[in-house]
Write a protein that binds this ligand. Structure first.
Ligand code: FES
Length: 99
């Protein structure tokens, strides 16, 4: 297991990057102030920028393909409630809601 740096709106925390959990689940578990509402991939409030470790996440889900545009996906944006840790490795993720 490795570490994930979670950067919320006002808090930043480094925690174990537990495989099987989504970025949003990790942020909530570690009390990082992360935007969210639906947890189903439709509100986009959990949008975040993965600046390292994208290779340790699942492929974008159908909800992410619909909710984010191609440019955002290329830049490393994901939806925290959809992006799940799949393999061991370090990650850095910053919550970047639209508003
Ligand atoms: S919480 Fe709504 S899209 Fe993730």
């Amino acid at each position: 297991m490795r570490l994930i740096e979670l950067i919320g709106r006002s808090k930043r925390k480094t925690a174990a990057a537990e495989p099987g959990l989504t970025i949003l689940e990790l942020a909530l578990k570690h009390d990082v102030d992360w935007g969210f509402s639906c947890t189903r991939g439709t509100c986009c409030r959990c949008r975040c920028l993965v600046t390292s470790g994208m290779e340790h996440l699942n492929e974008p889900t159908d909800a992410e393909m619909e909710g984010l545009d191609d440019e955002e996906l290329e830049q490393g944006y994901r939806l925290g409630c959809q992006a799940k840790v799949m393999s061991d490795g370090d990650l850095t993720v910053r919550n970047k809601p639209y508003f």
